[in-house]
Design a binder for this molecule. Structure first.
Ligand code: OXD
Ligand code: MN
Length: 591
């Protein structure tokens, strides 16, 4: 494709040009700027963002290519209450989603967008979700009036001409419209129209609400496309475990937002695991499709990380620290006088003074947090020293294991393997987790979050479970399914497992089980490690007794747990596949 001048369209795609024309007439921007994804374009837009005060240039000696952004304090997380699935019928959205009739929502949102870009620029952002030339990749076009969104999308996706080339003259692209309006929570809507492959987001500038490739296309719309086309769009990291002998095993893992997917995907094995290496394919989203050889293949549709910053340091995640050391956008962390950034849990002493995420003076004596608990870094995946070369493979990677994990202070053991696919689907479907700061609302309450997809499934959750069950018929060699919980606490309120790099020990057991190399102990929940197969060597002050504790299964606690699961099952009852109801009965009888 020959380059066109900055800001000009580099396509003759008739449906794309027609739709952009229609949206331009609606939003009435002063200027339309087509993004091509070049370095020159990045420099022009970054400079403009700095001049307009949207970005602050950080200390370039310490953080080359890094910039800082503060969002409106009313706009710091995903808002599930403002997120709608506008499917043709309310039943298609199901009882776990907000639903609005498509015609009514289009009328309301087009009304809000009418003339909303007067005096502003409309950026046309073509983006590709997935590697170039992959049959699993999808094209989206986001129209936005936020330069911050453009610069984030440039990191998070394969953005610009690469997407237009993939699209050619096809009409098969996701249509996304984003208008910031006046960033007023009263006029905030993130609306999905699965039957039209369309997204409209207004009134916010926070990542998960406005980087439309991520939660909106890759998960909500993606899950609907997956159901129709026979694949899975999941809130899962993808990682490869390489043994000293060079064997690579890929697993995908679903944890709810802010429960350590990025840390797990970038894990560095402890010293004792010499020669072992973890490779990151993705840290948030997996698109998985049965391959011709009977295995399940996954791609990471994204090209960057939009990670939670607080708690990240050289010990908890050295690879993330490296990834965000250059060409990164920091949002809502604290800013130090020398143009560096700081957050709770960063290495070293807190700065003597700083500006907090709202721009107010902050010192270590301040009661307020310096960084917002959901402050984020947006970094290119190429910066990650552990990036798997397969992240660009158009065929994706074969998945041997699927892991479900929540944040649970009690009941759920560190690790167990489910008995078979249907049992695994049941364990994923009944997952519970404590809520976190990634979504607006109360933090720390256990809620059912099936497969970590509660906020992201774009259709009826009961039909989603049925889709998972049906997928088994198309996968000759299905991945083994596991449950993990890094967050179990003892009576004193202390974590019973050190987590972080030590999770390699759990991963090693999972890999051995995937390859059928070791036996395991049967329990009412599933298969658990035998002491001789779980390696605790080199763990200071961690005894086999402590391991037994973190693995213990308390029958009374589990009887309560099964009752708690009813909360979701009752809501979904008319749509629940009978297999899950039978699994529940089987679990009760085993207990
Ligand atoms: C995210 C989230 O940003 O899950 O990945 O909220
Ligand atoms: Mn996520």
């Amino acid at each position: 494709m020959t380059p066109s001048p900055p800001g000009q369209p580099n396509t003759h795609n008739p449906s794309l040009l027609a739709w952009v024309g229609e949206m331009t007439r609606l939003c009435k921007p002063d200027r339309v700027f087509w993004c091509c994804g070049s370095e020159m374009e990045k420099n022009i837009l970054t400079q403009e963002a700095v001049e307009r005060g949207i970005l602050i240039k950080l200390n370039q000696e310490k953080l080359p290519g890094c910039y800082y952004h503060r969002s409106n304090p009313n706009d710091v997380a995903r808002v599930e209450a403002c997120t709608y699935i506008c499917s043709t019928s309310e039943e298609d959205a199901g009882p776990t989603n907000n639903w609005a009739a498509p015609a009514e929502m289009y009328r309301k949102l087009y009304g809000l967008c009418d003339g909303a870009m007067k005096g502003r620029t409309m950026y046309v952002v073509p983006y590709l979700m997935g590697p170039a030339n992959s049959p699993m990749s999808k094209v989206g076009i986001e129209l936005t009036d936020s330069i911050y969104v453009v610069l984030n999308m440039r990191i998070m996706t394969r953005m610009g001409n690469v997407a237009l080339e993939h699209l050619g003259d096809s009409n098969d692209f996701n249509r996304g419209l984003h208008c910031m309006l006046d960033v007023n929570p009263e006029r905030r809507y993130i609306a999905h129209f699965p039957q039209d492959n369309t997204i409209i987001s207004v009134g916010s500038a926070y990542g998960g609400n406005v980087l439309l490739g991520k939660k909106c296309l890759a998960l909500r719309i993606g899950s609907c496309l997956g159901e129709k086309e026979g694949w899975l769009a999941e809130h899962m990291l993808i990682l490869g475990v390489e043994s000293p002998a060079g064997e690579k095993t890929f697993v995908a893992a679903a944890f709810p937002s802010s429960c350590g997917k990025t840390n797990f995907a970038m894990l560095i094995p402890p010293e004792h695991f010499k020669g072992w290496k973890i490779w990151t394919v993705g840290d948030d989203i997996a698109w998985m499709r049965p391959g011709a050889d009977g295995r399940l293949y996954a791609i990471n549709p994204e090209a960057g990380y939009f990670g939670v910053v607080p708690g990240t340091n050289r010990k908890s995640n050295p690879n993330a620290m490296e990834a965000m050391s250059r060409d990164t956008i920091y949002t809502n962390v604290a800013l130090t006088p020398d143009g560096d950034v700081w957050w709770e849990g960063k290495d070293g002493e807190p700065p003597k003074e700083a500006l907090d995420w709202k721009g107010n003076p902050w010192t270590p004596a301040s009661k307020e947090k310096a960084a917002h608990p959901n402050s984020r870094f947006t970094a290119p995946m190429r910066n990650n020293p552990a990036l798997a070369p397969e992240a660009d493979d158009p065929s994706g990677v074969p998945i041997s294991g699927i892991i479900f994990g929540g944040r649970r202070a009690s009941a759920v053991p560190l690790v167990y393997q489910t008995f078979y696919w249907i049992h695994g689907v049941y364990i994923g479907a009944t997952m519970g987790s404590e809520t976190t700061a990634a979504a607006a609302g109360t933090v720390g309450q256990v809620r059912r979050d099936p497969m970590a997809m509660l906020p992201f499934c774009g259709y009826n959750m009961g039909d989603y479970f049925t889709h998972w069950l049906k997928m088994r018929k198309h996968i000759k060699y299905p991945p083994k399914i596991f449950s993990v919980n890094w967050f179990r606490k003892n009576e004193q309120g202390n974590f019973m497992w050190p987590g972080f790099g030590e999770n390699m020990r759990v991963l090693k057991w999972i890999v051995d089980r995937c390859h059928g190399r070791i036996g395991a102990q049967e329990t009412p929940l599933g298969w658990v490690p035998r002491a001789e197969n779980f390696d605790l060597t080199g763990m200071k002050n961690y005894t086999h007794d402590m391991f037994e504790q973190v693995q213990s299964i308390d029958m009374n606690e589990w009887k309560k747990e099964v009752i708690l699961q009813d909360e979701l099952f009752i809501k979904l009852y008319p749509y629940l596949p009978k297999e899950l109801i039978f699994q529940r009965e089987l679990l009760i009888s085993r207990l």
